[in-house]
Design a protein around this ligand. Structure first.
Ligand code: NAD
Length: 428
């Protein structure tokens, strides 16, 4: 889903190329890792409630499975593009490697707008997507999960279709399931909490107390809401969040200088993470333009909406006060904007490290589903914190030792781990 002329796949490849060159990766490994290994494109006919049939275009892309079965979400979005899915699949490989879980990278997408579809139509689409791809997915092959505009309900329809076709119960086929149906406690919180575990570690390294900081967040969906909650629990103040307004077809920033009441904002948001502007104003919040989240005088910026949001056109509007950018979204910074950030004093926690909490908890869910034994929430979150903290430390220590930008250090670790697996398997 590319919201402007930037191509996330080109961005993902450029990031890979520059680190591959830096670490002297051999040509064959480069050729293998700079493109997805498998791509499945399908057409999904869906019976609509009015009796007509609509054909949707769907994708599943497996970037690399040297370290384990492919793993990655499935998005429903009207502007989904195959290049976005390719980029996201590639980032999943690096993400699983940086947190050192035994999984590869995959991603799926369907070009559709679930907001204009009924529940039954969405269910038929979910089942249709599985029917088209069933031969190439499975608990030990490729394991989907929710992403933008898909949720636990969609995952269970997909699981049910898969289990009906294969004729057995295989809850490890998909993650992000409802907790009462094999989902993991803590999965809903995992990505947002994971972002904040890395922010906490960055603040510690920078010798800054969370309670003396403020943050502005782009997005108010799953990742943003839980990041905001935990950050506030740590004593930080969220002054701005932005979200998409479907009625006006534009984004707004909800702002309050003294700090937003996150729980109250969640109460007046819909399930797609859109805040009711009028109700927010009644609560004493200001409604600013969609870009205003990035221009606030805060210590921490958390882009947690979409890719390609920090660009050369707005990167210079970031306040001098900002010390940390924690990339909650996948690919929120374009390559040219990143060139400017790496020359600045801002400490960037790169996307595939910052938002790896989601896949880490998905991995925990897989482990629980495959063993049919479920853990307490505290145990899940404790294990999640330990994984995220260890990954942050690995990246931070390498960056400090070799004087690398955090994104480059994360790439060096991930690419080396995947390249080593490829070699150990004897592929290269
Ligand atoms: P979501 O659909 O729950 O929320 C998306 C939010 O972004 C909504 O509040 C929406 O209003 C807002 N938004 C959309 N367009 C916007 C715009 N132009 N300006 C401002 N706000 C806008 O999605 P999510 O699950 O929170 O995912 C957000 C990002 O995090 C995506 O990039 C996703 O790939 C990434 N991510 C999600 C997870 C996860 O577990 N959910 C894991 C890793 C990465």
């Amino acid at each position: 889903m590319s919201v402007n002329s930037y191509n996330p796949y080109k961005n993902a490849q450029a990031q890979f190329d520059s680190v591959a060159e830096r670490i002297g990766l051999d040509k064959a490994t480069c050729d293998l890792l700079r493109e997805p290994m498998n791509e499945y494109h399908c057409l999904i006919p869906v019976k609509m409630d009015d009796g007509s049939t609509k054909v949707f275009k769907g994708y599943r892309i497996q970037h690399n499975n040297a370290r384990g079965a492919a793993k990655g979400g499935i998005r429903f979005h009207p502007q989904e593009t195959v290049d976005t899915v390719r980029a996201l699949a590639m980032w999943m490989t690096w993400k699983c490697a940086v947190v050192d879980i035994p999984l590869g990278g995959g991603k799926g997408g369907v070009i559709c707008d679930p907001r204009s579809m009924t529940e039954r139509e969405q269910e038929r689409l979910c089942r249709g997507w599985v029917r088209q791809l069933v031969k190439d997915m499975g608990p030990n092959i490729d394991v989907p999960a929710p992403d933008v505009m898909t949720n636990a309900k969609h995952m269970l329809w997909m699981l049910d279709e898969y289990e009906t076709i294969v004729g057995e119960r295989t809850p490890g086929f998909i993650t992000g399931k409802p907790v009462e149906m094999g989902g993991s406690l803590g999965r809903t919180e995992a990505t947002g909490f994971g972002v904040i575990y890395t922010v906490r570690e960055a603040l510690r390294e920078l010798n800054i107390k969370a309670e003396n900081t403020s943050a502005s967040i782009q997005g108010f969906g799953n990742v943003a809401q839980y990041a905001a909650k935990l950050y506030q629990e740590m004593g930080g103040k969220v002054v701005a969040v932005s979200c998409w307004n479907f009625k006006d077809e534009k984004a707004y920033t909800i702002f309050k200088k003294d700090g937003l009441d996150i729980e109250a904002l969640i109460e007046i948001s819909d399930s797609y993470g859109s805040i009711d502007n009028k109700k927010a104003q009644d609560m004493g919040c200001e409604t600013l333009n969609g870009d205003a989240w990035l221009e606030q005088e805060v210590d921490i910026l958390i882009p947690a909406a979409l890719e390609n949001q920090i660009t050369v056109n707005n990167v210079n509007k970031i306040s001098k006060q900002v010390k940390i950018i924690a990339e909650g979204a996948n690919g929120p910074t374009t390559e040219d904007a990143d060139e400017i950030l790496r020359e600045s004093d801002i400490f960037v926690i790169p996307d595939f490290l910052a938002n790896a909490g989601g896949v880490t908890c998905s991995y925990f869910e897989q482990v629980q589903s495959n063993t049919n034994y479920y853990w307490e929430k505290e145990e899940v979150l404790e294990k999640l914190d330990a994984k995220m903290t260890a990954a942050f430390k690995d990246v931070y220590e390498l960056a400090a030792k070799k004087d690398l930008y955090m994104r480059d250090a994360a790439y060096v670790i991930s690419i080396n781990r995947v390249a080593q697996s490829v070699k150990m398997r004897g592929w290269i």
